[in-house]
Design a binder for this molecule. Sequence first.
Ligand SMILES: Nc1ncnc2c1ncn2[C@@H]1O[C@H](COP(=O)(O)OP(=O)(O)OP(=O)(O)O)[C@@H](O)[C@H]1O
Length: 255
Amino acid sequence: MSPELILSVRNLSASIAGQQVVEDVSLDVPATGVTALLGRNGVGKTSTIKAILGLIPRRGEILLDGVGIDREPTHRIVQRGVGYVPEDREVFAGLTVAENLKLAQRGPDAHWDVVETLFPDLVQRSAQLAGTLSGGQQQMVSLARALLNPNRLLLVDEPTKGLAPKIVGEVADALVRAAELAPILLVEQNLAVVRALARDVVVVSGGRVVHTGPAAEFLDDPDLVRRHLGVHGDAPESAAAGAVPDGAHPTEAPA
Ligand SMILES: Nc1ncnc2c1ncn2[C@@H]1O[C@H](COP(=O)(O)OP(=O)(O)OP(=O)(O)O)[C@@H](O)[C@H]1O
């Protein structure tokens, strides 16, 4: 495996309740930056992430930094430094922010300083029950839990789903900072966020990868976007419309 790759997946298939939900996915994630995993609803993006983590039964080859993890259980994969920010946040509603974070701590070298720097609002709210936080604040807890530990790779699933445009920008800003710490494989429907964050895209359709390449090249080709995602990349009425984060645009050259 190329030394510039942190993750290499070959011929991945996976099933849920006996039904095949990932057919034959092969993809690479570079060792730096954000790689976006795109596709229409229900094509198997979340299932691909779960299969990489061993959360659902899977077959195929999965190399993390050159080491096979496709036969390992989830806890071993997490111990190897794969952080996970699940769809729908999955915070413990009845626990405080501080308790949510402490539960996520994997070892003695937790990055409390990173969490405090990136999420000062959470420090203020450390005694608040996570279930009483807004959706955006819960997303920050979910991200902070993953960033608390040293990660070699972050798997982040639809972090801006259901959030107001201003909050989408804040979450995207946090992801820009997170990507400085570890490479990210990001499932994201908001193409403005993808444009702001991702260097590369992997597009899935029918359980297989149908396009890979630079994010800008894909997003700038309306025919490709329409064919693979069923939306118009720049049309305001489309699902691609949404908040463009205020933060840095790491994939674009400075003006
Ligand atoms: N728990 C489950 N039981 C049965 N089928 C499931 C389950 N979870 C997912 N599926 C099915 O697996 C397929 C892939 O779902 P998955 O959530 O991976 O897609 P996705 O690309 O992430 O979709 P979306 O963009 O809508 O979140 C879908 O057809 C879905 O209905």
